[in-house]
Design a binder for this molecule. Structure first.
Ligand SMILES: *[C@@H]1O[C@H](CO)[C@@H](O)[C@H](O)[C@H]1NC(C)=O
Ligand SMILES: *[C@@H]1O[C@H](CO)[C@@H](O)[C@H](O)[C@H]1NC(C)=O
Ligand SMILES: *[C@@H]1O[C@H](CO)[C@@H](O)[C@H](O)[C@H]1NC(C)=O
Ligand SMILES: *[C@@H]1O[C@H](CO)[C@@H](O)[C@H](O)[C@H]1NC(C)=O
Ligand SMILES: *[C@@H]1O[C@H](CO)[C@@H](O)[C@H](O)[C@H]1NC(C)=O
Ligand SMILES: *[C@@H]1O[C@H](CO)[C@@H](O)[C@H](O)[C@H]1NC(C)=O
Ligand SMILES: *[C@@H]1O[C@H](CO)[C@@H](O)[C@H](O)[C@H]1NC(C)=O
Length: 731
């Protein structure tokens, strides 16, 4: 009889202590450690802390997981230092350090708390945060001496901070697990870049892999905007801290953000009790998310093929010319050609994109869009601008200006909402947009109503005529300034060339025909009309327009303007009555008209023109196709280098560039260019040499025949060079 009450007392005590130790306790004190096999459970049973072995691993780790989903570990203490046996103990030392000890009392992990606490307690909170505090002090966040939220693993729980403490320089970021069975830090990290406006990055080592757009006051640009009642994203920016966090909107729904082992960030939710996790979005969503997918000044679009396109106003380097230097996508779209503002430049709005990375930029959060545009316009190296803060509605506020290359722009679609960016473009691009807008407007107007059709048509016609008059006037003025290549309309050119009459053709090349024409002003012109279906011709057309418009020299042919009509592209030059050099020097009779003195003057002129291209103009240009037929002669026999279709801007250091697309004319190409595709200003000098030999000898390099050998002209000359110095005369 005596033993029964004792038994009851004993077993109650036993059950109570078991209960206390393993199931309901949420605190660790120096007297109450957690041993392998025991766990802490937060007050509302949301999170549990204990020892576990992930996947197929035999090692033991201390971690925190969802009570309702024990396989979902959200934090690991000893990621780098697993226990090899089942005798680990997590305890708090008297002075407040949280430590994990193995069987031999070796410290396997420590919270490294530096401050000494009188009554140290570690507690697992309902948020999933393990905190160390002084039992005596109040229980607010400031009193935490240490917290697991400060050392995230791969998961961001609600209330955790991803970002920077500006006072201490501490950064909190996610690091992926190495594998499902190994929680040690993997290669991927997910972190907040606070250079300018905050942006989120998935990084491997120090290499950016995926980028969100800048924080726009409501969300990170380019991240899928989830219309949900689950969580609210929050960005905190103050003097002490900049961080991203989020809060849950419905207590019966759990949500977490996890950087998984493949380097993807997943937003997961669980509705109600253990019903399994659902991924509501993940990053990256598609190929366009890859950082710099389209290189500098390109835009990535998933809905079109090819994926990458150059931004308006930037010239693409043909695919075949991409060599190893371009492999990383840094130069697929050539940089803008000038650094000084050109007349007529302006901005084009590119709607619905992920804004470019903040590499070279300026931020002013007090400006509005108008002021921003004016500020960007003033500085010629400002390549684009956008607003920074959409939370006020309307156009937004704030001003972000980019300088130099624009990196990592993509078009947004579907659930992701893009932003507008305004990109600096040359006058010609604005002109094209304007004319297509005009067409659209006219179309819209025509379908408005049958009854007003006539009235609209008549007034439209009147407007159109007066607009044309104004445009012509403007065109003339611009031409007088001679600063840029104006656009001619098709009517003007058609009239000038007698409707492209066959008898006005004065030459034909690979890209189309050249017509002679006369403007109403009496000026004679040469019109190079590119054949419509030559895709290559369009590239060369843009190249020529853009390059020549920037070059002014008496030994370069003058471009008067261009004409774009539907698919049709035309270049309009000054007319050269004496045709080209080959017309004279290779013709037995006509060559007699060019004496030594004339030839000498022509050679000097060509050399001056080339020197200008190579060294005296603002850009260093390699012509790549210098030959007699590309040297035109004006009425005074002044030579003019023409045909810039193949010309390239060369690096300012004059170094060699390499291309896989060797184009030019055999017989004039330098051997290293013809064979290896390497070209530089020196390639032009080689061509000049051939040109000189031809001018002096009156013989073509290719097609040269000699009774004694099979060499061409250049071969013949170099063969004789060391034996007979007066080789030229002997010809
Ligand atoms: C504590 O300090 C040790 C030694 O400096 C270091 O190896 C360890 O990573 C630190 N632990 C934590 C949780 O920071
Ligand atoms: C915390 O302090 C209270 C009173 O100040 C005391 O009753 C309690 O035992 C202490 N708990 C621990 C774990 O030190
Ligand atoms: C919270 O989520 C639960 C489960 O999805 C849903 O039944 C409930 O209506 C939600 N409550 C609110 C206020 O949205
Ligand atoms: C990581 O997340 C992505 C996107 O949800 C998914 O396709 C991939 O399978 C996940 N990887 C792992 C290892 O869970
Ligand atoms: C931002 O713009 C405002 C208004 O133009 C100007 O007064 C201010 O000085 C600018 N701030 C900076 C840092 O440039
Ligand atoms: C244009 O802006 C850049 C970058 O802020 C600056 O370095 C440069 O001096 C500015 N140029 C002019 C002319 O204001
Ligand atoms: C963004 O705009 C809103 C509304 O105009 C304003 O309250 C907020 O302070 C702005 N944020 C910043 C960072 O300027």
């Amino acid at each position: 009889m005596e033993s029964l009450p004792f038994f009851i007392f004993f077993s109650t005590l036993f059950i109570q202590s078991l209960h206390f130790l393993s199931f309901s306790a949420d605190i660790i004190t120096p007297d109450l450690p957690v041993k392998d096999g025991q766990t802490l459970i937060s007050v509302s049973q949301s999170f549990e802390l204990g020892f576990f072995s992930p996947g197929t691993s035999k090692y033991r780790y201390v971690g925190i997981w969802y009570k309702k989903s024990p396989e979902t570990v959200v934090w690991v203490a000893n990621r780098n230092n697993p226990l090899t046996d089942h005798f680990g103990v997590l305890t708090i030392e008297n002075r407040g350090n949280l430590v994990l000890l193995d069987q031999m009392k070796n410290i396997m992990w420590s919270s490294n708390s530096s401050s000494i606490i009188a009554g140290p307690v570690a507690q697992l909170l309902d948020s999933g945060n393990l905190v160390v505090r002084d039992n005596g002090s109040s229980r607010n966040t400031e009193s935490y001496r240490w917290q697991s939220f400060d050392q995230p693993s791969d998961t961001l729980l609600p209330g955790m901070k991803l970002g920077w403490n500006l006072k201490t320089g501490q950064e909190r970021y996610l690091i992926t697990w190495r594998s499902i069975s190994d929680p040690s830090p993997g290669d991927f990290t997910y972190r907040l870049d606070i250079h300018g406006l905050p942006q989120l990055f998935i990084v491997v080592g120090s290499v950016k892999k995926v980028r969100s757009g800048p924080w726009n006051g409501i969300f990170f640009g380019g991240t899928p905007k989830v219309h949900n009642s689950v969580f609210e994203p929050i960005l905190v920016r103050n003097e002490d801290e900049i961080y991203y966090t989020y809060r849950l909107l419905n207590n019966s729904v759990s949500s977490r953000l996890t950087l998984n082992q493949s380097g993807a960030v997943e937003r997961l939710v669980m509705y109600g009790q253990n019903s399994g996790w659902t991924t509501i979005y993940s990053v990256p969503v598609d190929t366009c998310e890859n950082y710099r997918q389209c290189g500098a000044n390109g835009i990535c679009r998933t809905r079109t093929s090819p994926l990458c396109e150059c931004l308006k106003g930037f010239k693409s380097i043909p695919e075949e010319e991409l060599d190893i230097q371009n492999f990383y996508g840094s130069r697929k779209c050539e940089t803008r050609l000038t650094l000084d503002c050109q007349p007529g430049e302006g901005f084009l709005k590119l709607p619905g994109v992920k804004l470019p990375d903040l590499l070279e930029f300026r931020l002013n959060e007090s400006m509005n869009l108008k002021e921003c545009e004016a500020e960007c316009f003033k500085n010629c190296s400002c390549s684009a601008f956008a607003t920074t803060n959409l939370s006020g509605g309307g156009d937004g506020s704030g001003c972000l200006m980019w300088f130099g290359n624009l990196i990592d722009i993509r078009e947004q679609s579907g659930s992701t909402i893009g932003q507008d960016i305004h990109i600096r473009v040359p006058a010609s691009e604005l002109e094209m947009v304007r004319s297509s807008k005009r067409k659209k407007m006219l179309k819209t107007a025509l379908v408005v109503s049958m009854s007003t059709l006539l009235a609209i048509f008549v007034s439209g016609l009147v407007l159109w005529i007066s607009w044309r008059k104004i445009k012509r006037k403007v065109g003339m003025d611009r031409r007088k300034e001679g600063m840029e290549a104006p656009l001619f309309d098709l009517d003007t050119i058609a009239t000038a060339t007698n409707n492209f009459a066959p008898d006005s053709i004065i030459g034909a090349g690979g890209f189309g025909s050249v017509y002679k024409g006369k403007l109403l002003t009496g000026q004679e012109i040469a019109v190079k009309k590119l054949s419509m279906n030559s895709g290559q011709g369009v590239e060369e057309f843009r190249n020529e327009v853009v390059l020549i418009a920037k070059l002014q020299h008496r030994n370069l042919v003058g471009l008067l303007g261009s004409c774009i009509h539907r698919e049709e592209r035309m270049l309009i030059y000054e007319y050269m009555p004496n045709k080209s050099l080959d017309y004279f020097i290779f013709d037995h009779e006509r060559s007699a008209l060019l004496g030594w003195k004339e030839r000498f003057v022509i050679i000097l002129g060509i050399a001056r023109g080339l020197l200008y291209l190579h060294q005296d103009s603002k850009l260093q240009i390699v012509h790549r196709d210098l030959k007699p037929s590309n040297v035109l002669l004006d009425s005074n026999l002044i030579p003019k280098i023409s045909d810039f279709g193949l010309a390239r801007i060369s690096g300012d250091d004059g170094k060699e560039t390499k291309t896989r697309r060797v184009i030019g004319t055999y017989g004039y190409m330098a051997p290293e260019y013809a064979i290896d595709g390497k070209f530089s200003v020196k390639s032009d000098v080689f061509s000049l040499g051939v040109l000189l030999l031809e001018i002096i000898s009156g013989k073509k390099n290719r097609g040269f025949v000699h009774p004694d050998h099979h060499h061409n002209l250049v071969g013949h000359v170099s063969r004789n060079n060391h034996m007979e110095r007066k080789y030229v005369i002997s010809l």
